[in-house]
Design a protein around this ligand. Structure first.
Ligand code: SF4
Length: 361
């Protein structure tokens, strides 16, 4: 394991005092000082995350089988559906959102995204082991099985690697990310309440919010139940221009948990394994109400684009990671015609399975 020191950026927005940990004392290697935090690498990367939008994106717009307001989940009707990843897509480029959600264009697997999925799988499985067994060595031993499971589901992933040497280099980079995780916290001290937790809530407006929380920690404190939301990123920590997007995703999850559990999560943590840095924020109700307003405003913009067909290309440096340059006007391409059913207006549903679309966060 490298001796690269972990770093933390405390994005705390409210003074709530000490944040209780679900696992007792702080893990080794935890924060660094705010001064250290300023040294965080600024390279934003969405490339090291799990795959986004590959394959079918579920019912709704493309299928055109449902009328507005004609969809229901868990007995609740909804007019549309949004995950943090797709929300981030629309914010960064409405046309990219269209390609993923409306056209449902497939995106080829990438080594970085697949590695992200594999590392997430290992970190989830790690907590199946007895606490004392959650060591860096044990995590590395879980990698082959996680890779084999991915290959069993998607045999075409093997084609990403021209030879054994390329595959081994890729696996080595995954081992390095796992080492990065252990530099940030000690899982032997943790007893997560949930991993890969699906959360969903339909707002009063009928907009369904949903997503998967990588890990939820719970603790009973004198002040009541304390929740901590943890998300792993296998890329590097974002620079200032992208920090807001990352924290929006966490607040999105916090809003969901608040609405579902009636408890404002005490702490939101984003672990960036790529550069061993974590972001932390402690939200309060006003934060989450603001998040809800932002989500509603975002949905209004998506709905407007959906009705008018005006999905604007918004070039940025994120285009470098976009699979749709060949059909993007900003790169001389021509988007395919919009699916006919979209014009008739069905509820826009972000993804059939948001578990596989964590990337943009
Ligand atoms: S290439 Fe850039 S501008 Fe075009 S759709 Fe992708 S992200 Fe948007």
């Amino acid at each position: 394991m490298s001796d690269l020191a972990p770093r933390v950026r405390d994005m705390t927005t409210t003074a709530t005092g000490a944040i209780p940990r679900a696992d007792g004392p702080p893990a080794e290697g935890q924060p660094a000082s705010p001064a250290e935090a300023r040294d965080v690498a600024s390279a934003a990367s969405l490339a090291g995350e799990r795959p986004v939008g590959a394959g079918p994106l579920g019912e709704g717009a493309g299928g055109g089988s449902a009328a507005p307001g004609d969809a229901a989940v868990s007995g609740q009707r909804f007019v549309g559906s949004l995950s943090p990843s797709r929300a981030a897509d629309f914010v960064s480029c409405p046309l990219k959102y269209r390609f993923r959600v409306v056209d449902r264009l497939p995106e080829p697997p990438s080594p970085a995204a697949t590695r992200g999925t594999m590392v997430h799988s290992v970190l989830e499985r790690l907590f199946d082991l007895p606490p004392a067994g959650r060591t860096p060595e044990a995590a590395v031993e879980l990698l082959p099985a996680a890779w084999a499971d991915l290959l069993a589901r998607e045999p075409e992933l093997a084609a990403m690697f021209p030879d054994g040497e390329a595959l081994e280099a890729w696996l080595a980079s995954a081992r390095e990310l796992l080492a990065g995780y252990f530099a940030l916290e000690d899982p032997r001290r943790l007893a997560p309440a949930a991993r890969e937790l699906y959360v969903e809530h339909v707002l009063g407006s009928g907009l369904r919010l949903r997503g998967y929380v990588d890990r939820l920690d719970e603790a009973t404190t004198p002040d009541g139940l304390a929740l901590r939301v943890v998300d792993y990123k296998t890329g590097r920590s974002p620079g200032p221009a992208f920090e807001g997007t990352a924290l929006f995703q966490m607040r999105f999850y916090a809003l969901l948990l608040w609405r579902i559990r009636g408890v404002v999560p005490r702490e939101l943590r984003l672990y960036y394994l790529g550069d061993r840095t974590w972001l932390r924020v402690t939200p309060d109700e006003s934060d989450l109400l603001a998040t809800e307003r932002r989500v509603q405003a975002l949905w209004a913009a998506i709905d407007r684009a959906h009705r008018t067909g005006d999905w604007r290309a918004t070039p940025s440096k994120l285009c470098g990671w976009c699979d749709h340059q060949s059909r993007c006007p900003a790169f001389g391409g021509t988007p395919p015609p919009l699916p006919v059913a979209v014009g008739s207006g069905g509820p826009l549903v972000d993804d059939a399975d948001p578990a596989v679309c964590e990337a943009a966060g």
